[in-house]
Structure formats: C-alpha cells, structure tokens
Design a protein around this ligand. Sequence first.
Ligand SMILES: Nc1ncnc2c1ncn2[C@@H]1O[C@H](COP(=O)(O)OP(=O)(O)OP(=O)(O)O)[C@@H](O)[C@H]1O
Length: 242
Amino acid sequence: MRAPDTILPLDLDRVGFAVGERSLLDGISLRLEAGLRTVILGPNGAGKSLLLRLCHGLLEPSIGRVKWVGAEEGEKVRRRQAMVFQRPVLLRRSALANIRYVLALRGVPWHKRGAQAMEALERFGLGSLALRPARVLSGGEQQRLALARAWASRPDILFLDEPTSSLDPAAALSVEMAVREFHASGTKIVMTTHDLGQARRLADEVVFLFQGRLVEHAPAAEFFKEPRSAQARAFLAGELVY
Ligand SMILES: Nc1ncnc2c1ncn2[C@@H]1O[C@H](COP(=O)(O)OP(=O)(O)OP(=O)(O)O)[C@@H](O)[C@H]1O
C-alpha cells in the first residue's frame, strides 16, 4: 500500500507556458488527486505533452504555480515521481541490469537490488526475459520494462506520454494491463493518449485541452456520455482535428 505521506495532490494555479510571444498553455487551474487515473485528451497540438512536462517538473511555467500539496519542492518531490515516454530510453544492458541501475541511483543497497529488480520484472510479466539485452526486446516488452523500472522505485505518481502510440494493438493492450497493475499497487496515473478506446478503458477522469486551454475536467463516465463543451463533443465525434 502507498504510504500515507504522499506528495499528492498536485495543484496547478493559473499556469501558463509561452515560447517567445506564443502562448502554448494558458490559465490552467487544476487539482490532480491521489488514486484516480487521469487521462489527458485533446487534438494534436492542444498542449497535452507540455502539460505533463510542467506537472512532472521538466518545464517551468512562464506564469502561475505548480504545487505538490503533500511536500515542499525538492529531492522528495523528484524521487516520488516517474515518467514513461512514447519510446522508452533503455540502457544497452540486460532488462535486469536496467532496473538494478535505477535502484542503485535510488540508494538501494547492492545486496537487495537483484531481488527487487526481479520482483519488478515478474510483476510486469518479464521474469523470463531478465537477462535479455533490453534493446532487443519487442516494443511492447520495452515499454513494460520502462514501467517495471519506474515501479521499482515505487513512485506516488506516474506520468505517461502516449505510451502505446508506436505499438500494435496486442502490445498496446499488454501495456494497458501493466498500467492497471501499476495503479493497483497504489500509484496515481496521469497519461496522454490519442486512443479513445484506451481512454475509455483506463480513465477515471478526463482532462480535456483545446488550443492550450483547459476546457473540461470531469469524471470519465460523464465526459464520454455527455461532454459539456462543443469542442469535446466534436472531438469525440472525430470532427475536431486541431
Ligand atoms: N519547445 C517548444 N517551442 C515552441 N513550440 C512548442 C514547443 N513545445 C511544444 N510546442 C508547441 O506547443 C503546442 C502544444 O504541443 P504539445 O506537444 O503539448 O501538444 P500535444 O497536445 O501533446 O500534441 P500531440 O497530440 O500532437 O502530441 C504545439 O503547437 C507545439 O508545436
């Protein structure tokens, strides 16, 4: 179970992000609570990846504030978060060694790393591939390895940026199962996807962006059944391209 001293919730207060004169995100106020799986939706260029990067601390807002309610900014806040990208960045060594490496960075004693790394691999169905070079694994296996590696450090929150967009449907489903597994162990999930079927399967709540603005933040069942905004209705009908 997740320790009660989570860094969540995450509060965004009138967050904006601009590059030069161009405003890419504007006036985003949002609270992301522990527990729920949040899926960020919106057409191409709406600002979904930027929003994830701002939440994770990879980007600084131009204006407004990103605040972890459960902790002050610092090492603890960084350690309790993880992010998985569209294409995983894996080291040129075995699956097991990729996880051992992260555990070493986290200060896990040498003699405990092997068992903890195996536990993570087994949890994500990769036990039999432990000694295989990570870079020869299939796309789906690599993405599950990225999830196993993130899970090994037991984050409070996991950000995923289109984690299945380069995978075939079967591999995408295996990654979805891994995301469920991650969530079941107590981690908050925040992800972007272009796959509306996946969003319906995984989301507890939806954050819908359009042209850099937050248009809806609603329980998933409500959003998919009766979206409040014209933009979300058009998006769900496949009529809103950008
Ligand atoms: N570093 C940057 N400099 C300038 N513009 C940027 C930068 N990063 C992103 N953008 C622009 O900001 C907008 C939002 O980008 P973002 O990647 O967040 O969109 P997205 O909703 O994730 O899109 P997609 O669904 O296509 O991945 C886009 O118009 C993009 O071109």
